[in-house]
Design a protein around this ligand. Sequence first.
Ligand code: ATP
Length: 239
Amino acid sequence: MTALLQVQDLHVAYGGIQAVKGVSLEVFEGELVSLIGANGAGKTTTLKALTGLQPVAAGEIGFLGQAVRGQGAWDLARAGLVMVPEGRGTFTRMSVDENLLMGAYTRRRSEVREVAADIDNVFALFPRLKERRRQLAGTLSGGEQQMLAMGRALMARPKVLLLDEPSMGLSPLMVDKIFEVVADIHRRGVTVLLVEQNASRALALADRAYVMDSGVITMTGAGGELLNDPRVRAAYLGG
Ligand code: ATP
Protein backbone atom coordinates (compact mmCIF):
# COMPACT_ATOMS: atom_id res chain seq x y z
CA MET A 1 0.00 0.00 0.00
CA THR A 2 1.38 3.42 -0.87
CA ALA A 3 0.89 6.33 1.48
CA LEU A 4 -1.38 9.24 0.55
CA LEU A 5 1.26 11.53 1.97
CA GLN A 6 4.91 10.60 2.07
CA VAL A 7 7.63 12.86 3.41
CA GLN A 8 11.27 11.93 3.02
CA ASP A 9 14.15 13.65 4.77
CA LEU A 10 12.49 17.09 4.84
CA HIS A 11 14.65 20.09 5.71
CA VAL A 12 13.29 23.60 6.27
CA ALA A 13 15.24 26.66 7.40
CA TYR A 14 14.42 30.25 8.29
CA GLY A 15 17.59 32.03 7.22
CA GLY A 16 20.30 30.39 9.32
CA ILE A 17 17.84 28.64 11.68
CA GLN A 18 17.30 24.98 10.82
CA ALA A 19 13.73 24.40 12.01
CA VAL A 20 13.16 20.98 10.38
CA LYS A 21 16.18 18.71 10.05
CA GLY A 22 15.42 15.54 8.15
CA VAL A 23 11.81 14.63 8.94
CA SER A 24 10.31 11.55 7.31
CA LEU A 25 6.72 10.52 7.84
CA GLU A 26 3.83 8.79 6.12
CA VAL A 27 0.06 9.04 6.26
CA PHE A 28 -2.01 6.20 4.80
CA GLU A 29 -5.58 6.40 3.59
CA GLY A 30 -8.10 6.42 6.43
CA GLU A 31 -5.52 6.97 9.16
CA LEU A 32 -5.48 9.57 11.89
CA VAL A 33 -1.81 10.35 12.47
CA SER A 34 -0.69 12.68 15.26
CA LEU A 35 2.50 14.71 15.34
CA ILE A 36 3.31 15.81 18.87
CA GLY A 37 6.18 17.73 20.42
CA ALA A 38 7.08 20.69 22.58
CA ASN A 39 6.95 24.37 21.64
CA GLY A 40 9.32 25.16 18.82
CA ALA A 41 9.89 21.51 17.83
CA GLY A 42 9.13 22.36 14.20
CA LYS A 43 5.61 20.93 13.87
CA THR A 44 3.98 23.99 12.33
CA THR A 45 6.95 24.49 10.03
CA THR A 46 6.56 20.91 8.81
CA LEU A 47 2.89 21.47 7.97
CA LYS A 48 3.66 24.76 6.21
CA ALA A 49 6.31 23.05 4.10
CA LEU A 50 3.89 20.24 3.19
CA THR A 51 1.24 22.71 2.03
CA GLY A 52 3.56 24.90 -0.02
CA LEU A 53 3.51 27.83 2.41
CA GLN A 54 7.17 27.53 3.35
CA PRO A 55 10.01 26.73 0.94
CA VAL A 56 11.69 23.35 1.37
CA ALA A 57 15.49 23.34 1.57
CA ALA A 58 15.85 19.61 0.92
CA GLY A 59 13.85 16.40 0.89
CA GLU A 60 10.91 14.93 -0.99
CA ILE A 61 7.16 15.25 -0.55
CA GLY A 62 4.85 12.75 -2.21
CA PHE A 63 1.09 13.27 -2.32
CA LEU A 64 -1.25 10.77 -4.01
CA GLY A 65 1.79 9.15 -5.56
CA GLN A 66 3.09 12.37 -7.18
CA ALA A 67 6.20 14.34 -6.21
CA VAL A 68 4.77 17.71 -5.14
CA ARG A 69 7.71 19.52 -3.60
CA GLY A 70 7.74 23.09 -4.93
CA GLN A 71 4.05 23.14 -5.88
CA GLY A 72 2.06 26.14 -4.71
CA ALA A 73 -0.47 26.14 -1.90
CA TRP A 74 -3.38 26.60 -4.30
CA ASP A 75 -2.51 23.56 -6.43
CA LEU A 76 -1.97 21.41 -3.38
CA ALA A 77 -5.26 22.50 -1.80
CA ARG A 78 -7.04 21.76 -5.05
CA ALA A 79 -5.44 18.33 -5.16
CA GLY A 80 -6.80 17.69 -1.65
CA LEU A 81 -4.02 18.61 0.78
CA VAL A 82 -5.90 21.06 3.00
CA MET A 83 -4.73 22.71 6.21
CA VAL A 84 -6.57 24.32 9.09
CA PRO A 85 -3.90 26.73 10.33
CA GLU A 86 -2.93 27.48 13.90
CA GLY A 87 -5.00 30.50 14.97
CA ARG A 88 -7.79 29.37 12.61
CA GLY A 89 -7.63 32.17 10.01
CA THR A 90 -11.36 32.60 9.53
CA PHE A 91 -12.56 35.61 7.55
CA THR A 92 -13.77 37.64 10.52
CA ARG A 93 -15.90 40.12 8.56
CA MET A 94 -17.75 37.45 6.66
CA SER A 95 -20.64 35.37 7.95
CA VAL A 96 -20.40 31.69 8.84
CA ASP A 97 -22.14 30.81 5.55
CA GLU A 98 -19.75 32.96 3.52
CA ASN A 99 -16.72 31.43 5.24
CA LEU A 100 -17.94 27.95 4.35
CA LEU A 101 -18.47 28.97 0.73
CA MET A 102 -14.93 30.33 0.64
CA GLY A 103 -13.80 26.83 1.61
CA ALA A 104 -15.30 25.56 -1.63
CA TYR A 105 -13.16 27.91 -3.76
CA THR A 106 -11.17 25.04 -5.21
CA ARG A 107 -14.31 23.28 -6.40
CA ARG A 108 -15.64 23.44 -9.96
CA ARG A 109 -18.69 25.33 -11.14
CA SER A 110 -20.42 22.10 -12.01
CA GLU A 111 -20.34 21.09 -8.36
CA VAL A 112 -22.82 23.68 -7.08
CA ARG A 113 -25.31 21.03 -5.90
CA GLU A 114 -22.61 19.07 -4.12
CA VAL A 115 -21.38 22.22 -2.42
CA ALA A 116 -24.87 22.80 -1.01
CA ALA A 117 -24.94 19.21 0.25
CA ASP A 118 -21.50 19.63 1.80
CA ILE A 119 -22.67 22.72 3.69
CA ASP A 120 -25.50 20.59 5.11
CA ASN A 121 -22.95 17.97 6.15
CA VAL A 122 -20.84 20.60 7.89
CA PHE A 123 -23.93 21.81 9.76
CA ALA A 124 -24.73 18.21 10.76
CA LEU A 125 -21.25 17.96 12.23
CA PHE A 126 -21.45 21.41 13.86
CA PRO A 127 -25.08 22.26 14.74
CA ARG A 128 -23.76 25.25 16.64
CA LEU A 129 -22.55 26.77 13.37
CA LYS A 130 -25.94 26.27 11.78
CA GLU A 131 -27.57 28.30 14.56
CA ARG A 132 -25.06 31.04 13.84
CA ARG A 133 -24.92 30.81 10.05
CA ARG A 134 -25.56 34.52 9.47
CA GLN A 135 -23.34 35.72 12.32
CA LEU A 136 -19.99 37.35 11.47
CA ALA A 137 -17.11 34.94 12.07
CA GLY A 138 -15.25 37.57 14.11
CA THR A 139 -18.01 37.52 16.72
CA LEU A 140 -17.83 33.73 17.28
CA SER A 141 -16.12 32.27 20.36
CA GLY A 142 -12.67 30.72 19.93
CA GLY A 143 -14.11 27.22 19.88
CA GLU A 144 -16.78 28.15 17.37
CA GLN A 145 -14.13 29.73 15.15
CA GLN A 146 -12.14 26.51 15.32
CA MET A 147 -15.26 24.60 14.25
CA LEU A 148 -15.78 27.05 11.40
CA ALA A 149 -12.16 26.70 10.26
CA MET A 150 -12.55 22.91 10.22
CA GLY A 151 -15.88 23.17 8.44
CA ARG A 152 -14.38 25.47 5.84
CA ALA A 153 -11.52 23.01 5.25
CA LEU A 154 -13.99 20.13 4.84
CA MET A 155 -15.76 22.15 2.12
CA ALA A 156 -12.67 21.58 -0.05
CA ARG A 157 -13.22 17.77 0.26
CA PRO A 158 -9.72 17.10 1.56
CA LYS A 159 -7.94 13.84 0.78
CA VAL A 160 -5.70 14.59 3.74
CA LEU A 161 -6.78 17.15 6.34
CA LEU A 162 -3.93 18.80 8.24
CA LEU A 163 -4.94 20.27 11.59
CA ASP A 164 -2.50 22.59 13.36
CA GLU A 165 -3.15 22.69 17.12
CA PRO A 166 -6.94 22.80 16.99
CA SER A 167 -7.23 22.78 20.79
CA MET A 168 -4.93 25.75 21.33
CA GLY A 169 -6.28 28.48 23.61
CA LEU A 170 -9.65 26.82 24.21
CA SER A 171 -11.47 26.16 27.48
CA PRO A 172 -11.35 22.57 28.80
CA LEU A 173 -14.97 21.94 27.75
CA MET A 174 -14.32 23.24 24.26
CA VAL A 175 -11.11 21.18 24.06
CA ASP A 176 -13.23 18.07 24.73
CA LYS A 177 -15.66 19.12 22.02
CA ILE A 178 -12.93 19.79 19.46
CA PHE A 179 -11.30 16.39 20.02
CA GLU A 180 -14.71 14.73 19.71
CA VAL A 181 -15.19 16.49 16.40
CA VAL A 182 -11.75 15.45 15.15
CA ALA A 183 -12.62 11.85 16.01
CA ASP A 184 -15.96 12.24 14.25
CA ILE A 185 -14.39 13.68 11.10
CA HIS A 186 -11.98 10.74 11.06
CA ARG A 187 -14.81 8.22 11.59
CA ARG A 188 -16.55 9.70 8.55
CA GLY A 189 -13.58 8.58 6.49
CA VAL A 190 -11.37 11.67 6.31
CA THR A 191 -7.63 11.01 6.58
CA VAL A 192 -6.12 13.34 9.20
CA LEU A 193 -2.66 14.55 10.18
CA LEU A 194 -3.08 16.22 13.57
CA VAL A 195 -0.43 18.48 15.09
CA GLU A 196 -0.93 18.99 18.81
CA GLN A 197 0.79 20.04 21.98
CA ASN A 198 -1.96 18.26 23.94
CA ALA A 199 -0.05 14.99 23.66
CA SER A 200 -2.34 12.76 25.72
CA ARG A 201 -5.44 13.64 23.74
CA ALA A 202 -3.66 13.50 20.38
CA LEU A 203 -2.12 10.10 21.14
CA ALA A 204 -5.39 8.69 22.46
CA LEU A 205 -7.07 9.47 19.12
CA ALA A 206 -4.22 8.46 16.83
CA ASP A 207 -3.83 5.26 14.86
CA ARG A 208 -0.14 6.13 14.67
CA ALA A 209 1.92 9.04 15.89
CA TYR A 210 5.29 10.74 15.58
CA VAL A 211 7.13 12.58 18.33
CA MET A 212 9.13 15.59 17.17
CA ASP A 213 11.88 17.35 19.08
CA SER A 214 14.25 20.10 17.89
CA GLY A 215 13.47 19.55 14.23
CA VAL A 216 13.75 15.76 14.14
CA ILE A 217 11.41 12.79 14.67
CA THR A 218 12.55 11.06 17.85
CA MET A 219 9.92 8.31 18.18
CA THR A 220 7.11 6.76 16.21
CA GLY A 221 4.55 4.03 16.89
CA ALA A 222 0.88 3.28 17.46
CA GLY A 223 -0.92 6.02 19.40
CA GLY A 224 -1.73 3.72 22.34
CA GLU A 225 1.83 2.40 22.43
CA LEU A 226 3.34 5.88 22.67
CA LEU A 227 0.72 6.93 25.22
CA ASN A 228 2.04 4.21 27.52
CA ASP A 229 5.72 4.65 26.73
CA PRO A 230 7.61 5.80 29.86
CA ARG A 231 9.84 8.16 27.82
CA VAL A 232 6.83 9.85 26.23
CA ARG A 233 5.08 10.01 29.61
CA ALA A 234 8.10 11.64 31.25
CA ALA A 235 8.70 14.19 28.48
CA TYR A 236 5.19 15.10 27.31
CA LEU A 237 2.59 13.77 29.73
CA GLY A 238 3.89 14.97 33.08
CA GLY A 239 5.31 11.60 34.20
P1 ATP B 1 4.55 25.61 18.51
O1 ATP B 1 3.88 24.42 19.10
O2 ATP B 1 5.06 26.56 19.54
O3 ATP B 1 3.81 26.25 17.40
P2 ATP B 1 6.15 24.18 16.60
O4 ATP B 1 6.62 22.82 16.94
O5 ATP B 1 5.01 24.29 15.69
O6 ATP B 1 5.90 25.00 17.91
P3 ATP B 1 7.53 25.89 14.75
O7 ATP B 1 6.53 26.97 14.88
O8 ATP B 1 7.54 25.06 13.56
O9 ATP B 1 7.41 24.93 16.01
O10 ATP B 1 8.97 26.52 14.98
C1 ATP B 1 10.17 25.76 14.81
C2 ATP B 1 11.37 26.69 14.97
O11 ATP B 1 11.41 27.61 13.88
C3 ATP B 1 11.34 27.54 16.22
O12 ATP B 1 12.66 27.61 16.73
C4 ATP B 1 10.87 28.89 15.74
O13 ATP B 1 11.37 29.94 16.54
C5 ATP B 1 11.42 28.95 14.34
N1 ATP B 1 10.56 29.75 13.45
C6 ATP B 1 9.25 29.53 13.19
N2 ATP B 1 8.76 30.45 12.32
C7 ATP B 1 9.80 31.28 12.03
C8 ATP B 1 9.94 32.43 11.19
N3 ATP B 1 8.93 32.89 10.45
N4 ATP B 1 11.15 33.02 11.16
C9 ATP B 1 12.18 32.53 11.87
N5 ATP B 1 12.12 31.47 12.68
C10 ATP B 1 10.95 30.83 12.76
